[in-house]
Design a protein around this ligand. Structure first.
Ligand code: ADP
Length: 371
């Protein structure tokens, strides 16, 4: 059996893709689940609808995207009652993300009881980051008691594009060092040494690091205390402010990079500054990860902004020739797979991410290693 169904459950959505090998047989999105006029009353009805409309016979596995695996899951895992219970225990670490995945897992186990279900974690690829890249300089006991550490996210994407980059360079993965920049609505940078993540910009949650569509990325934690004490904002409201009303959204009122770039082209100064802040943060992480890795073969852009925006790529890497980084304007403008000139010390790549395919392959690997 070569078919794998990949499910990505949001709080009110169910994204699915059915693979046969690496071919996509069908894909879709069931939206506004549980909302008036939505596609389905709940996730069970959504999955039932999927089963009624798509032929799901002969499935080797169902692969579920789960955002947070904490320190309990360092690789993709065949789902058992214990695995579900552990993902439940991790909900406090990812209150905005894990509950939806759990719903999807439970519904799929009930409706497809004979098919192995595999949880594929956004965090797992980062399990190889050494302690000095994971721990923060805070009280050791507090950190241990409350699980305060970096976990990192977008792991399936960073894993996939770093591997693809090595393939494009024609070098063995074990000898390839890559900085991967996943720039979508959520964004993160990762340093990959020999196929293993050694540093990443997201932390305990997907809030830290780069400037994102609606998330702030890195800020001084004192901002939270100040807003609480001086502005009297309750903690939930500060969380909402930093996760939903910050980033490009907070800086410009628009969370979509395309809109920000259009406004910038029209001379809008807020949009221009937001673009500069966004690119400056990228540049800071690229510099940091060049230093962490010591030697870098490639820098790879992926996801909505990374795959499609020449100005952002130029904004992030322009003027770094002295560091061995050059962006060729023509190649960059055409979104080519390699946008640095031939013979550059560091190859700059644009690799479309395939998170669902990576989840399908992880699911196959997980059931393969079980049997
Ligand atoms: P998600 O994280 O939800 O999967 P995507 O990877 O699809 O998101 O990325 C969405 C982002 O990509 C949006 O900010 C969108 O504006 C941006 N984007 C898509 N196409 C372009 C483009 N041609 N130029 C600049 N940004 C783009």
């Amino acid at each position: 059996m070569t078919r794998v169904l990949v499910l990505n459950c949001g709080s009110s959505s169910l994204r699915y893709r059915l693979f046969d090998g690496s071919d996509v047989l069908t894909k879709g999105l069931i939206q506004r689940i549980g909302e008036a006029g939505g596609d389905a009353a709940d996730h069970r009805e959504a999955l039932q609808r999927l089963m009624d409309t798509v032929d799901l016979t002969g499935l080797a596995a169902v692969g579920h995207r789960v955002v947070h695996g904490g320190d309990r899951f360092t690789s993709s895992t065949v789902v058992t009652d214990d695995v579900v219970a552990t993902i439940e225990e991790l909900v406090p670490l990812a209150p905005l993300h894990n509950p939806a995945a759990l719903t999807g897992l439970e519904v799929a186990r009930k409706l497809l009881p004979e098919v192995p279900q595999v949880a594929v974690f956004d965090t797992a690829f980062h399990a190889t980051i050494p302690p000095e890249g994971v721990r923060w300089a805070i009280d050791r006991e507090v950190a241990e008691r409350w699980g305060i550490r970096r976990y990192g996210f977008h792991g399936t994407s960073h894993a996939y594009v770093s591997r693809e980059t090595g393939r494009m360079l024609g070098k063995p993965v074990a000898e390839t060092n890559v900085i991967t920049l996943h720039l979508g609505n959520g964004s993160s940078a990762t340093a990959v040494r020999g196929g293993r993540s050694v540093a990443t910009s997201m932390g305990m949650s997907p809030l830290s690091g780069l400037v994102m569509g609606t998330r702030s990325g890195d800020i001084d934690p004192s901002v939270v205390f100040h807003l609480h004490r001086e502005a009297g904002l309750p903690i939930d409201e500060i969380e909402e402010l930093l996760t939903r009303r910050s980033g490009l959204q907070g800086l410009t009122g628009d969370n979509d990079m395309r809109t920000v770039l259009e406004r910038r082209d029209q001379g809008d100064s807020e949009a221009a500054l937001a673009f500069e802040i966004y690119c400056r943060r990228l540049r800071e992480y690229v510099g940091a990860y060049l230093a962490v890795l010591g030697r870098v073969d490639a820098i790879t852009f992926t996801a909505g902004v990374g795959e499609n925006s020449p100005v952002v790529r130029e904004g992030a890497l322009g003027g770094l020739e002295a560091l061995g980084i050059t962006v060729d304007p023509d190649r960059n403008g055409r979104n080519e797979l390699i946008i640095s000139p031939d013979g550059s010390p560091i190859t700059v790549c644009v690799v479309p991410t395939e998170e669902e395919l990576e989840i399908a392959e992880e699911a196959r690997r997980a059931i393969g290693s079980e049997s």
